[in-house]
Design a protein around this ligand. Structure first.
Ligand SMILES: *[C@@H]1O[C@H](CO)[C@@H](O)[C@H](O)[C@H]1NC(C)=O
Ligand SMILES: *[C@@H]1O[C@H](CO)[C@@H](O)[C@H](O)[C@H]1NC(C)=O
Ligand SMILES: *[C@@H]1O[C@H](CO)[C@@H](O)[C@H](O)[C@H]1NC(C)=O
Ligand SMILES: *[C@@H]1O[C@H](CO)[C@@H](O)[C@H](O)[C@H]1NC(C)=O
Ligand SMILES: *[C@@H]1O[C@H](CO)[C@@H](O)[C@H](O)[C@H]1NC(C)=O
Ligand SMILES: *[C@@H]1O[C@H](CO)[C@@H](O)[C@H](O)[C@H]1NC(C)=O
Ligand SMILES: *[C@@H]1O[C@H](CO)[C@@H](O)[C@H](O)[C@H]1NC(C)=O
Ligand SMILES: *[C@@H]1O[C@H](CO)[C@@H](O)[C@H](O)[C@H]1NC(C)=O
Ligand SMILES: *[C@@H]1O[C@H](CO)[C@@H](O)[C@H](O)[C@H]1NC(C)=O
Ligand SMILES: *[C@@H]1O[C@H](CO)[C@@H](O)[C@H](O)[C@H]1NC(C)=O
Ligand SMILES: *[C@@H]1O[C@H](CO)[C@@H](O)[C@H](O)[C@H]1NC(C)=O
Ligand SMILES: *[C@@H]1O[C@H](CO)[C@@H](O)[C@H](O)[C@H]1NC(C)=O
Length: 556
């Protein structure tokens, strides 16, 4: 299973996913059957949850008991609520390592943008609809992933080793994390985003007097993320304003919000080139840290590079779950930059342009969204989408101004790839950090990430070279409609990837050019071949897969 994968590292594979599915399917389906006497279809049932997946919680935090702040010679900054002022060796510019955790970063708006400046709406223009694709909030580690694996190794050996220096905490360390479900700050991320979206788009409600349909999946953290978001947007009585539709997230079901379940090759570890890249790169950037950490321990415990990598992940997880983690301070600033890059190459090779089934995995949501923008159903059953749900107005409304869908990090990555946003396609070597790269996962898929696609109607064509002054806003002509993509609150310049959009200063794309560009995306994804076909295993390299589809074309 390739979701949330950078943490899986040494223990990747489908086995854990099938264990999760197998263990829970029977139990939860029994609940579904007993609840089926009610009139509510199962896909609208939120209580009790059906197919919620594993939901073990962790220990309750107790931050004052283990927070070492204030640190010597660092002036005190109150935790808000997480401790973020941990001294980091080599952090001369006092940068924030907590924003170098890739997809495990607590939400922050993209600080650098994607190469376009933002522009206000020109006078007389309006936003007529928004299509939002939202990641769940901060959570515990995935079952069977790297952090709990190394955690178990340490706990298992407790009492047989002696750790000293900055590693001395390990002698009495406990594993206090749950699995899979949202941690408190993850709930806050979604609530805050609901509030933010209300400020931005609240005026688009009411929806012709009817409730909006909001889509998420059956997994507990997915359901709860949507609920916290809606509480932020509408208030605690949000069920008066929105109906939550939960699409089954299980092996063997189609779900555009979890596209890998209908793309078997995306679950095939042999084809997960990002894992090769991660192994190669972590052996380089963590070589020093591994010997340094092993030199601080005697006895029967010895750490591999992947253990040390998992300690970096434990820093990220303990921070959001417990408020502070002693693992964070073990690493230098350069090693945190190495960690950030490890996630970027892992996503590149597993879920974006370096993966052969990335477009195939993401194409379902692209088809759905392009159809919804045109107020149509998807024309036929294609891609990883549930065509039954997508052909009913009650579960796939095509006339909503507010559209909120909830998904996972790797699925957002695959969807950006299926859209053909090739500005993120340049190959990232696994041997050295590529500076000035366009693909930075913490800027694209942190916890609580959100892609907002706005539909903008203008009374005249908006000038492609406007500079922010009213005088340059409009060209002459008829009313014109645009699409505007914002990822984590920054504009994606669409012309950088889609030539038909032109080189606009505002990064928007005229609707006709957008639809024309989209018309070929399903074919380009090679969905059937990429997801179900047999093609040679290649390696992670600039001459391997770099377009999100298999490198070797399908035999005619
Ligand atoms: C726990 O320790 C025992 C004895 O050293 C070892 O055989 C076993 O593999 C360890 N288990 C884990 C999960 O590390
Ligand atoms: C652990 O190692 C340190 C440093 O070598 C030593 O001072 C200490 O006595 C050791 N503790 C135990 C319990 O062996
Ligand atoms: C939600 O619906 C209720 C009942 O129709 C309405 O009173 C309330 O204003 C709506 N909330 C918002 C934020 O529009
Ligand atoms: C589509 O969703 C419905 C309702 O949850 C479910 O019964 C059906 O099995 C799903 N179909 C596929 C192909 O996933
Ligand atoms: C490892 O440490 C040595 C000595 O401090 C240093 O020269 C080297 O650049 C470091 N390597 C990495 C990959 O950080
Ligand atoms: C720790 O493991 C590494 C590689 O697995 C090995 O080279 C090293 O000798 C081991 N150290 C100890 C003290 O066992
Ligand atoms: C939005 O702008 C378009 C184009 O000028 C116009 O036709 C439409 O009436 C406007 N909608 C609203 C709600 O103002
Ligand atoms: C914007 O463009 C207009 C027209 O070319 C020019 O007069 C103005 O100085 C420019 N303003 C800025 C801030 O660049
Ligand atoms: C504007 O619309 C009118 C009426 O539909 C049409 O005749 C004209 O060609 C359009 N102008 C442009 C520049 O598209
Ligand atoms: C887009 O326009 C800007 C400003 O005119 C220019 O600097 C840039 O090179 C252009 N980009 C492309 C891809 O043409
Ligand atoms: C995974 O992909 C490889 C290379 O295409 C193929 O040989 C293998 O059969 C696939 N495994 C599964 C389980 O599909
Ligand atoms: C796929 O290719 C990689 C890189 O060449 C190699 O490490 C791996 O063993 C290959 N897997 C299979 C199943 O051939």
């Amino acid at each position: 299973m390739i979701f949330e994968i950078a943490l899986v590292f040494a223990s990747i594979g489908c086995a854990q996913a099938s264990w999760i599915d197998g263990a829970w399917l029977g139990k939860r389906q029994a609940t579904a059957t007993s609840a089926s006497s009610t009139a509510t279809p199962a896909y609208f049932q939120t209580v009790p949850e059906l197919l919620a997946g594993p939901t073990p919680t962790g220990d309750a935090p107790f931050l004052p008991e283990y927070n070492p702040a204030p640190f010597p010679s660092v002036s005190y900054i109150p935790p808000q609520p997480l401790e973020t002022q941990v001294p980091i060796s080599g952090n001369t510019a006092n940068n924030n390592i907590f924003q170098l955790f890739g997809q495990l970063s607590h939400y922050f708006a993209n600080p650098t943008g994607f190469g376009a400046n933002e522009y206000r709406l020109p006078a007389g223009a309006n936003i007529s609809a928004v299509y939002t694709l939202h990641r769940h909030g901060s959570r515990y580690p995935t079952t069977g992933s790297g952090a709990p694996t190394t955690g178990a190794k340490i706990i298992n050996a407790t009492g047989t080793f002696n750790a000293t220096g900055s590693l001395a905490f390990l002698n009495t360390w406990k594993y206090q994390l749950g699995a899979e479900i949202l941690v408190p700050i993850g709930k806050q991320e979604l609530f805050d985003s609901g509030v933010s979206h209300y400020y931005n788009y609240g005026h688009l409600y009411p929806n012709n007097g009817s409730k909006i349909i909001v889509r998420s999946t059956t997994q507990d953290r997915m359901t709860q993320s949507a609920e916290y978001f809606l509480a932020g947007f509408f208030g605690l009585t949000w069920t008066q304003n929105a109906t939550l539709e939960l699409i089954i997230e299980q092996n063997g079901f189609n779900n555009s919000l979890a596209g890998y379940y209908d793309c078997p090759n995306n679950n095939n570890a042999t084809l997960a080139y990002g894992n090769l890249a991660l192994t190669q790169w972590s052996n380089i950037y963590l070589a020093n840290a591994t010997s340094r950490i092993n030199s601080m321990i005697s006895g029967k415990l010895n750490f591999t590079v992947s253990d040390v990598y998992n300690m970096q992940s434990l820093c990220a997880y303990e921070t959001v779950a417990l408020g502070y983690s002693p693992f964070c301070g073990l690493f230098t600033y350069d090693e945190w930059q190495g960690y950030e890059y490890s996630v970027d190459i892992n996503f590149y090779g597993n879920n974006m342009f370096g993966g052969p089934s990335s477009r195939g995995t993401g194409i379902g949501w692209v088809l759905e969204t392009v159809a919804r923008i045109q107020h149509k159903f998807v024309s036929s059953a294609q891609g990883p989408l549930n065509y039954t749900l997508d052909s009913m107005a009650s579960t796939f409304p095509t006339n909503q101004a507010l559209n909120f869908d909830f998904t996972h990090d790797t699925n957002i990555a695959a969807i950006l790839t299926a859209f053909g946003l090739t500005q993120f396609a340049p190959f990232l070597p696994a041997t050295a950090i590529q500076n000035n790269r366009s693909l930075i996962v913490s800027h694209m898929e942190p916890f609580g990430a959100r892609l907002d696609i706005e539909i903008i109607q203008a009374p005249k064509p908006v000038s492609a070279s406007r500079n922010g002054t009213a005088a340059t806003d409009y060209a002459s002509g008829n009313a014109t409609t645009y699409v505007h993509f914002l990822l984590n609150q920054r504009t994606i310049p669409l012309g950088a990837s889609w030539s038909q959009c032109g080189n606009r200063t505002d990064g928007w794309c005229e609707m006709g050019a957008f639809l024309n560009t989209m018309s070929t995306k399903f074919t380009e994804s090679q969905f059937q071949y990429a997801c179900f076909g047999s093609y040679p295993n290649v390696t992670y390299s600039a001459s391997g897969v770099t377009n999100g589809v298999p490198q070797v074309p399908q035999k005619k």
